[in-house]
Design a protein around this ligand. Sequence first.
Ligand code: ADP
Ligand code: ZN
Length: 527
Amino acid sequence: MAEAMAIAGEAPRAVLRRVFGFPAFRGLQEEVVEHVVAGGDALVLMPTGGGKSVCYQVPALCRPGTAIVISPLIALMDDQVAALRQLGVAAGALHSDLDPEEQRRIGRELDAGHLDLVYVSPERLLSHGTMERLQRREISLLAIDEAHCVSQWGHEFRPEYRELACLPQRFPGVPRVALTATADPRTRADILHALDMGDARMFAASFHRPNLNIAAEPKAGETAQLLALLKRHAGDAGIVYCGSRNKTERIAAWLGGKGVSAVAFHAGLPAEEKRAAAARFRSGEPVVVVATIAFGMGIDRPDVRFVVHLDMPDSPEAYYQQIGRAGRDGDASETLLLYGGEDIARARYFLQSSAAPEAQKRAMRGRLEAMISLTETVECRTRALLACFGEELAGPCGHCDNCVAPVGTFDGSTEAQKVLSAVYRTGQRFGAMHVISVLMGKATDAILQRSHDTLPTFGVGADRSQGFWRGVIRQLIAKGALNVETGEFATLSLIMDRARPILRGEEKVMLRADAPVEKDRRRGSPD
Ligand code: ADP
Ligand code: ZN
């Protein structure tokens, strides 16, 4: 391995050019680097792709000693180490997946003071041998990557991260940099508290991605909606996220039948197929990857022109991360989220029946509800999304769906009452289709058999379309007044706490006037 390439006392900008080959720092990088080189602690909040690595890698080379980089993911560690070695930087990783020979070699390099950076998993760092070994060395800085893992509120809580609070005692006077792309104010506060970094300076980059055109639509035949989007993107690469493995395969096969070059990707596929799918995607060919959330980590293709969600993500953080895989090259890119009442109910149900500790469930519930509000909002969607991360966009973005085609609201109290009462009077044993038929006064077999045509609510909604009533039902689910039992049939029932005041006329229900789904929405362009 090459000798450590650090040149003591070299200026950050010179290191950036000489080692990394970048002409200049980007965004907040220079401020962070200078602060850390001078020995300060820092909390760095930057979106994925924002350039967090430079924030600790450059200081690592400017300060004497070895930098310890704590990272939760072995694959990412290996990628980073490989990239650094390519640049001639003396870097190594210590984790449980290394063969013993490689471990011994890294250990020797470390003991000899030949490593500029050592990547470790938190478990490994906290293990006796490793901690003592590192304490004997001169340490230039401690970088805590994916720092949101320390927060129970965060979506990737790792109990080992909590123990990193011991670092200031173990390495007194060594500057610490915590980095994350999860920036909601709650997580931020948790990180500073749990890592005992109250004096750290915070560097928060904007999460705004002006080249992303964000849109969401209620589901109205999801495959047709997907095809309409793909029509605008012939020859483009994109990602279609699905909520289940099964669905990725089904949709990929269906797209194949429509002449779209599509490939499924999920964690359950044989390793060979996963590799092949990822390789096709990386190769630059125009391919649509139909994937679960397992796809994306470490897959960096700059010209992804669209990201579609056929199922709603469970938090704004996950949503942001997934749509953020579009348009890394800065060119206009489109994102579309399809959502429906049943999905909302199912997500709530899964959460409720999860085995997670109660405090964590509460946090997950908070994020899920934030996600649901994001889908139903009539405000600028970009702005609403950024608000989830504590960032305030000065004005509406001008190019999200709600900006391009403003959506109105109306007092839907009467309509809500009609729906709730139809659900109640049919015995809370039927799905949306049946309830809508009752409202619209359709004498279907099912209705006649049960004499539902004699109910007072029969036909009270004949003046409205089926799509309209679907929208009301979905929004009542989103508002927590209706529940969907997802057994063999998706059965609607009332959630009394929320439904009663609406039925009694004590609560006004403002509803979103869903736009009829346009077939040919123009692709907006960034400002
Ligand atoms: P993050 O960890 O925040 O997701 P990375 O550190 O992986 O982001 O950086 C994202 C991309 O930006 C990488 O390809 C990196 O090489 C590039 N990059 C980072 N800083 C600069 C810079 N100052 N100039 C040019 N490219 C940069
Ligand atoms: Zn907008």
